[in-house]
Write a protein that binds this ligand. Sequence first.
Ligand code: HEM
Ligand SMILES: *[C@@H]1O[C@H](CO)[C@@H](O)[C@H](O)[C@H]1NC(C)=O
Length: 485
Amino acid sequence: MLPSPISDLVVSPPPLSLLTLLPSVFLLMLIVYTLIHHHMQPEKKLRRLPPGSLGWPYIGETLKLYTENPNSFFSNREKRYGKIFKTHILGCPCVMISSPEIAKMVLVTESHMFKPTYPPSKEKMIGPEAIFFHQGPYHSHLKKLIQSSFLPSTIKRSVPQIEDIVLRFLPTWEHKNTINTLQEMKMYAFEVAMISVFGNKLEATEMEGIKGLYQCLEKGYNSMPLDLPGTPFNKAMKARKGLNEKLRRIIEKRKESGENGEGLLGEFLLSNEKEGMKMKMNESQIADNIIGVIFAAHDTTASVLTWLLKYLHHHPHLLDAVRKEQEEIRCKRVEANRGITWEDTRCMPLTTRVIQETLRAASILSFTYREAVEDVEMEGYLIPKGWKVLPLFRTIHYSSDFFPHPNKFDPSRFQVSPRPNTYMPFGNGAHSCPGSDLAKLEMLVLLHHLTTTLRWEVIGEDDGIQYVPFPVPLHGLPIKVRPLN
Ligand code: HEM
Ligand SMILES: *[C@@H]1O[C@H](CO)[C@@H](O)[C@H](O)[C@H]1NC(C)=O
């Protein structure tokens, strides 16, 4: 998924011109606010807003978000106001939700009342036709196509290709003095994303070209949306155009050869042949979604993989147990002289639980963002039209009501399934992640070869966290890799 839009709200300061106007704007807003407040009193008695502080108008609680760790910002307010509370972030009144039942209403049962919402600059960069930004028939058509491309029955065919990528990466790690785990995992997850989108027949030069443009796009995505010559944003928008051009050529080639080809792109082209005029995707719709899926697939998976290596390194007894589980599979494999299979990956219960617990503990998507399309009543509270609603995944994952001793890294808690709607590393409902099985598969295949052939040491033991914009271990977790013997 895309990084939560709030992460850039948190880091980008208000526009400069506004700063100089601040005192007068402040005063004006205060007056308007007081007037509106006054006017709304009679209605508010009938329909209560959720508890919480809206802070100063406009500036709201943003300053507090700047100066407080986002996690404690949420948990402090939850303690004070309960599982649904209102706050104000950079001009947007929002309702934060840390109750699984209410989060389910927003994301699943009442999802038509809450549309996805992103800053316009992000939408422009990924492409406005990408799945994340839509609702209704266009969204469900896309969702079906993307889901079928990432179904277990589809992705099991790419296990040998994923394994090939792993077997190309691992020896290079061994030969370097230290590696930056996050950077390496990004390259790995990028290559897996590329084969799942384009199939295995992409030429190396095409792959390199797309990779370069992507890196540029990513830099702009994580910086200020300032469109002036030479800014990262500006360069990113240029790279985005370049990506369109590359995609157009790939599609052209496929059409000339008379084959739709493999991967998600093949799925899109095939469905265009089948569908009536109405659901045909035009070229920008195809491009925005191909680029969007690669975007959603690689940073997320890479961040989780980085946490996996960190947690395993910090819990040597778990690493030993994982290694033992993988060693048994390796023995069978070596005996039969074959590579890893989908079926092998279904027989890794402990490793799978370690991944589940990593997804909970890291909660790299701390929350998501929706906007009420109408006035909605929920749990007796009014959520006014236009307000943002934030289901707080991380807060739910760290609630001791659902996950006892939440700060303990304990994969055994997943020997029992979590209570419904309390475990949402891949979201929930209409917009939940279609790539969850692929993400888990690429983690399992990598862990299999990594734990049975190599060991790693973390350089400069440091428990810091960095936001890039997902939370990752500080400096991307530098490690030293050695053969296992
Ligand atoms: C561990 C890795 C991943 C995590 C933690 C993750 C997490 C998420 C979450 C939480 C959402 C829902 C966001 C929301 O409701 O606003 C989401 C959506 C999405 N993810 Fe992932 N994801 C991961 C990997 C992938 C991969 C490998 C793909 C490749 C197919 C992918 C493609 C998508 C897409 C296309 C959506 C948007 C779905 C929609 O809007 O209907 N993700 N992801
Ligand atoms: C593709 O369709 C969308 C939605 O109808 C439209 O906004 C866009 O301009 C179209 N793009 C092209 C290249 O035809």
